[in-house]
Design a protein around this ligand. Structure first.
Ligand code: GAL
Length: 433
């Protein structure tokens, strides 16, 4: 299967070669999403509210995106790494214009998308938009079927920086695959850098196993599983599904292409504090794109601090780009780990018991990283739910932590300084036995 044409300047070419060497699987060669993209996406929180008379603050309108852009730029979100302000479904007028071009709803987006993109760019942010590979979007607006090049060019002309491409109303699996490939090629053909977010595997799965080698060649990230809801049941189902499919998912992820377990719903209504901690920790372990869907105009200081936690974001954004996985599931505890650059590991202990109080989890450090994560010693920092430097541990130690029901303890394990120096000098640390 041929990938998109590669016509890159030398610098990008170097980046692509490095990416291919690191991940081992060829990624979409647009030089984007070398770490999981971060931003804000309207869907989970604002759905398809189109009546601005009734819901002036919660309808899908240019005002909503401009307000989010103002806050993203002024309240620490941009500095923490959140960059893309993304429009989801329901932004369009019900029909194309007389030249067949897409247009925004004239009442809710009176200035048009190009002006909105200019506004977002003036804040140092980027704009994302939504379309669909089939005849209609999931909410029934005009789809891109048969107009991939025209729509890609329209988005590029408007200054769009990311496209979320849905898979509703597609009449065959052939059209689905062709459509996702063609839109990727069409975006590349515009010459504009546009992150390409797909739902290709999600729509394929009921009928056939996705070919991730191919999907990675065309998409920067891809949804595998159903829509997230603002509930613990939804978070649990995403985690369980991801863990049961990790053999095919983990190797598909890497710089340039990521599995997308859907939006962060932290700061909304449905999750307890501990469950919000679990979502943040596990989205970091899973190397997930971090798109918040919440109302940044009204968010608790606690949720804001969690979403802006630099050390947790650094795990999510680790340049090695290896997705983490569930290591074990026993006695109501799920244990996840993720290898990071610089001999560092992230570890999450999730308490799945939904009765009683905090439970103690005792972790023999020798089980982590195939025995290597703390070999012969490691410095452990707890990052969530509260930060604490736990100190220096040896390979044979057992680390014990109390974890709240449905909550998570997120740890960072680093090799002590001398081990890192030895590694950079070409000598491996000798195990202390
Ligand atoms: C779904 C998609 C959601 C949202 C919605 C819009 O299919 O998975 O994330 O985009 O369509 O109608």
């Amino acid at each position: 299967m041929a990938g998109p044409p590669v016509a890159l300047p030398p610098v990008l070419l170097v980046v692509v070669v490095v990416v291919v060497l690191v991940s081992g699987v060829e990624a979409l060669s647009n030089g984007l999403a070398l770490t999981p993209p971060m931003g804000w996406l309207h869907w989970e929180r604002f759905l398809c509210h189109t009546d601005c008379g009734d819901e002036p603050l919660a309808c899908v309108s240019e005002q909503l995106f401009m307000q989010m852009a103002d806050i993203m730029a002024s309240e620490g979100w941009k500095d923490a790494g959140y960059q893309y302000i993304c429009i989801d479904d329901c932004w369009m007028a019900p029909t194309r214009d007389e030249d067949g071009r897409l247009r925004a709803d004239p009442v809710r987006f009176p200035s048009g998308i190009r002006r909105l993109a200019n506004y977002v760019h003036s804040k140092g942010l980027k704009l994302g938009i939504y379309e669909d590979v089939g005849n209609h979007t999931c909410a029934g607006y005009p789809g891109s079927f048969g107009a991939y090049e025209l729509d890609a060019q329209t988005f590029a002309d408007w200054g769009v920086d990311l496209l979320k491409f849905d898979g509703c109303y597609c009449d065959s699996l052939e059209h689905l695959a062709e459509g996702y490939r063609n839109m990727s090629l069409a975006l590349n053909g515009t010459g504009r850098s546009i992150v390409y977010s797909c739902e290709w595997p999600l729509y394929l799965r009921p009928f056939q196993q996705p070919n991730y080698t191919e999907i990675r060649q065309y998409c920067n990230h891809w949804r595998n599983f159903g829509d997230i809801f603002d509930s613990w049941d939804s978070i649990k189902s995403i985690l369980d599904w991801t863990a049961s499919n990790q053999d095919s998912l983990v190797s598909a992820a890497g710089p340039g292409g990521w599995n997308d377990p859907d939006m962060l719903v932290i700061g909304n209504f449905g999750l307890s504090w501990d469950q919000q901690v679990t979502q943040m920790a596990l989205w970091a372990i899973m190397a997930a794109p971090l798109f918040m869907s919440n109302d940044l105009r009204q968010i608790s200081p606690q949720a804001k601090a969690l979403l802006q936690n630099r050390e947790v974001i650094a795990i999510n954004q680790d340049p090695l780009g290896k997705q983490g996985y569930r290591l074990s599931k026993e006695d109501n505890f799920d244990l996840w780990e993720r290898p990071l650059s610089n001999l560092t590991w992230a570890v999450a202990m999730v308490n799945r018991q939904e009765i009683g109080g905090p439970q103690r989890y005792s972790l023999p450090l020798s089980v982590l990283g195939n025995g290597l994560a703390c070999d012969p010693a490691c410095l452990i920092t707890r990052l969530l739910p509260t930060r604490a430097e736990l100190g220096l541990f040896s390979w044979v130690d057992i680390l014990s932590q109390r974890v709240n029901p449905t909550g998570t303890v997120l740890l960072r394990l680093e090799a002590p300084a001398q081990s890192r120096r030895a590694l950079s000098g070409g000598r491996l640390p000798r195990p202390i036995l």
